[in-house]
Design a protein around this ligand. Sequence first.
Ligand code: F6P
Length: 341
Amino acid sequence: MRIGVLTAGGDCPGLNAVIRSVVHRALTGYGDEVIGFEDGFKGLLDGHYRPLDLNAVSGILARGGTILGSARMERARLSEAAENCVELQKEYGLDALIPIGGEGTLTAARMLADAGMPVVGVPKTIDNDISSTDRTFGFDTAVTVATEAMDRLKTTAESHQRVMVVEVMGRHAGWIALESGMAGGAHGICLPERPFDPADLVKMVEERFARGKKFAVVCVAEGAHPADGTMDYQKGEIDQYGHERFQGIGNRLAVELEKRLGKEARPVILGHVQRGGTPTAYDRVLATRFGWHAVEAVHRGEYGRMTALRGTDVRMVPLAEAVTQLKTVPLDRMAEAESVF
Ligand code: F6P
C-alpha cells in the first residue's frame, strides 16, 4: 500500500511520535510505502511531499513540533482539496491518507472522506477538547509545562507578596487551566465554560492574606471571561481561519485585581511555550499507539474514522462523531478543584 501522512493545524508535542509510529508499522509490519505531505493539506494540494523511510523518522520520538511542517488552511482551499480528492489520490497513487490534526483538520478529513478519499484520522491538540476521545496527546505536556510554571511562580510571588495571574491556552475548553491549576495548586481557576466573577477572586486573595499567606496564584484560560462584562472585556476577533483571537484576559485580570486589592499583581502569559519542546512520556506513548492503530485501521479498510482513547483502549470512532461538538469541561469537575483552593 502507499500511505500518505500529514500534520495540519497548530502543532503539538507528540506529532513526530505519531509519524514515526505510522512509518514503522507500515514499513516493517506490512511492507507499505509512506509519503509525508509538507505543511498540512497545502502539501497535498501543491504536490509537496517526500518519502518517509525508517531513517527519515529516526531520532524524532522526543522532538517537539513536526518534521513535516504544519499549516492552517482557508476553508475554500480545503473545499478545493475535497472536490479534487479522487484526482489527487490517483496523482499520488495513494491507497490511504492519515491526517493528524485538531478539530479543523479532522473536519477537513471528514470532507475528504465524504468525497471518496480513504482517510483515517489521528486527533491531536494540547487543548484536549476533541469529542469521542478521552485524551489527546500534547495535553499532558502542556499541563506539565503549566504546572511547572506555577510551581516556579509561587516562590517569586511569595518573596514579593504578589498575586500571579497565569494565562494558559484553551480558547473554548478549559482543560489545561483545570488540570494545571489543580496540579500547580492554583488558588483560583477561570474557565471559558464558566464566566467568572472578579469579586470572588478578590475575596479569595483577601482571605488568604488574612490567614497569613503571602501570595496567590490564579490560573486563567485564554478564553475565560468575566460574567458581568467588567474589565472592558471584549470577545476576540475571528481570524481568516475562523479562529477566535483573544485580547489577553491574563493582562486585564492582573490589572483589575491589582486595582481592587491594592496589592501587586503580575500577569504571566505562557502562550506557545505550552506547545513547544519535548513531549512527556505519556504523550509519546499515546501518540505511538495512535500511529499503530491508524495503520491497522488502514489495513482493515476502516475509513472515515479516527483513533480515539476510550479508557485505556484505543478504538476507532467515526470522524463525523468526533467533529460535531467540542468536548468542554463538565462544571462538576470545578467542584473537585475548588475544594483545595
Ligand atoms: O488549538 C490549540 C491552541 O493551542 C489554542 O489553545 C490556541 O488558542 C491556539 O492553538 C493558538 O494557535 P496559533 O497561535 O498557532 O494560531
